[in-house]
Structures are given as C-alpha cells and as structure tokens.
Design a protein around this ligand. Structure first.
Ligand SMILES: O=C(O)CCC(=O)C(=O)O
Length: 364
C-alpha cells in the first residue's frame, strides 16, 4: 500500500496549484523555486558554442568515472505494464536508477559545480528574483547584495529552498550525465517517443527551515505546446520513510482533462485525487513524473541536514514552442531561466530545434 501524503490541501488558481494556507492574493504563483538571475549562467555566446560542440560530439556517457549505460534492469523495469502505470498514474518510482556509488559520485560532482562562485551567485539571484521580483534581483551585483536582500526573509523563516538551475550549461560532465543513455532511455520509453531533448536540470537544496515545494505541474511553467514532458528526480541524500521531503504526487492529475476544460481556477482540489509518495528513498533512487502531474514536497524536518535532489527534464524531439508570445506569457515564471536564453531564437509554433535544448543521442 502506498503511504498517504496529506500535508497540504490542493487548490487550483491561475493554472498553478498552491498551498491554500496563505490568502490567495499572497500566493506566489510559483512553486517558490528560485530563478537564476538572467537565466543564462554563462554569456550567451559561450553557452551556445559549448552547446553546439557537445551536441556534435559523440557522447561516451563515461564522465568522471560515471558510466550511465542502459542496464538489463532498465529494460526489465520498463515493461508495457510499467509504462501503462506511468501513463495512468503520471509518475513512477525507480529504485536505484543509479547505484549508491554512482549517486555518491554524482552528488560530489553536482556539489562541486553548484558551489562555484558563478553558480552560487546565480542561485542567490534566482532566489531574490523569486522572492522580490526581477527588478530587484537585477540590481544585486554580487552574493553579498543578494544575501542582504534575503536576510530578513531568512530570519522570518520565509526563504524557500535553493535551486541551482541548468548545471549542464556550466559543466560538460554534468551535461554528459544528463544526456546519458540511461536517462534518455527512460525518458523516451516513458513518453513513448523515439528521441528526446534535454530541457533543464536543477539541483534542489532544501535546508531545515526552508519552505515546502508547492503543488504545481512542470508543463505549466514551460513554453512548449506538447504533452510529452517528463522529469527524472533523483534523491542525492536519504529521504526518510516518514516526514521526508521526497515528491508527493496527485495520482492521475496529468490526464485530468475535465479539470482544465470545465474547472474553476479557484477551486479547492482536496479530495479530487488520491495523493501519494513513494516513501523512503536512498541516494540513487529516483521518481519519474509526467509534465502535467501535480506534485509537491514537504519541508525538511529540523533534525535533518539539507535535502539534495537533482531533477532532469526532457521533452519529445519534435515538440513545438507555444504559438502566442510564450516568452512574455511565461517570463515571470520561475523556470524562465531554462528558456530565456533561447526562446527568442525560435519562432512561436515552430519545432524546438536549438542547441540549448539539445537532442540526446539515441541510446537503444
Ligand atoms: O525537489 C523539490 O522539492 C521540487 C522538485 C520539482 O518540483 C520537480 O522536480 O519538478
């Protein structure tokens, strides 16, 4: 039996799903994940050059000693009945998608990259942008200025958790892992498509005292006219069976077409879905969720250390950009960092074929 996960009621507002414990007018309209400054991390030209170089090179998937090839167990665990479950429920748990040793190496690599001055500053700016808006974030030139903007919020326990977006744009090693055969095998299998593109990755660091992850679905924050979007979420630190901060899922919410068709944006969705969490996780365990699946995560208990997770999101190759002014529509979304650098180079309604949304080499 799946353990119930009932820490929040669900409510729908303007397409987002938030904690109704706050008055609706004060809802952040986001999952309160910080956004990265200007969304680029690196200068655009450097980014594009790096992206193009990696796309044209053959990926060996052996990065820093970490080889994420497709294993027999991956094929065995992606039988038609497993894929059907994902299709019906909108998520799927995959114990040891990477082994504990691989998870330790991955965690070490990600921590190294995220702790670079460049990434730390980007994460801090993102946090300021989420909490104070882009105008104020734009004025924060360095880490000290960002921290000063966050200090009072932190004192009041109002800082949400830290996010380090798109580390694959800073590190070829991270990029090779995000685009490895094992991850793309699963992404393509679950979506039922021949090829996928890497859209974004993010390390989510939630410390005791940080906020919860509010109910949301990833596709609501992304500029694609597609339903083919999947996220792989890795635990990099243990998630305890009870009181942990793994993801909770609203079962079947990704195919609740009646809600988007007939629903009322202010509706309280409590009781509409069965809500579940895969329970305790050890580093290397992963969950996959569909782009429309509503998900959330609790705060980290005071007695614990920071919870680290890495999420990698893919879209089907061939997915199109939203037709009408997607940049403007989504520019205040917290995931804008993942598309700001390239969205103006793709026409509305066109197939997304851009080096910053790289096509993953076929893995199987
Ligand atoms: O790790 C979290 O708490 C949030 C993760 C999330 O929202 C996602 O992977 O889409």
């Amino acid at each position: 039996m799946r353990p119930p996960c009932q820490h929040w009621r669900l409510c729908r507002a303007a397409g987002r799903f938030l904690q109704p414990s706050q008055p609706l007018s004060q809802q952040p309209w986001q999952r309160r994940r910080p956004r990265l400054g200007n969304g680029r991390g690196l200068p655009e030209s450097r980014l594009a050059r790096r992206a193009a170089a990696v796309e044209s090179e053959t990926l060996t998937a052996t990065t820093g000693g970490l080889a994420l090839e497709v294993r027999d167990v991956d094929r065995q665990h992606s039988r038609p009945e497993d894929l059907l479950r994902f299709e019906r429920e909108g998520f799927f748990a995959c114990p040891q998608l990477v082994s504990q040793e691989e998870a330790a190496a991955l965690g070490k690599l990600l921590r190294e990259v995220q702790s670079s001055e460049e990434c730390e500053l980007a994460a801090l700016k993102h946090q300021v942008r989420v909490q104070h808006g882009s105008r104020i974030a734009g004025k924060c030139r360095d880490a000290a200025a960002c921290k000063a903007k966050l200090r009072d919020l932190e004192r009041r326990g109002e800082v949400s958790f830290f996010q380090y977006f798109n580390l694959h744009r800073y590190s070829d090693e991270v990029r090779n892992i995000a685009m490895s055969p094992r991850l793309s095998f699963w992404a393509a299998r679950l979506l039922g498509v021949p090829r996928v593109r890497l859209y974004q990755d993010a390390v989510f660091m939630k410390r005791p005292g940080d906020g919860p992850t509010e109910w949301h679905s990833d596709l609501g924050l992304a500029p694609f006219d597609t339903n083919s979007f999947v996220t792989i979420w890795f635990a990099l630190t243990p998630v305890p069976e009870r009181g942990g901060s793994g993801l909770c899922f609203a079962i079947g919410s990704h195919r609740d077409f009646a809600l988007s068709y007939h629903g009322n944006p202010e509706e309280d969705l409590s009781g509409r879905y069965e809500v579940t969490a895969p329970g305790g996780m050890t580093p290397g365990d992963a969950t996959f969720h569909h782009g429309w699946t509503l998900h959330s995560a609790a705060r980290v208990p005071e007695a614990e250390g920071p919870r680290l997770a890495w999420a990698v999101s893919f879209i089907a190759d061939g997915a199109r950009l939203l037709r009408t002014n997607p940049g403007a529509k989504l520019s205040e979304q917290e995931d804008a960092v993942s598309f700001e650098a390239w969205i103006h180079e793709v026409k509305g309604g066109a197939v997304v074929d851009h080096p910053l949304v790289p096509l993953v080499p076929e893995a199987f």
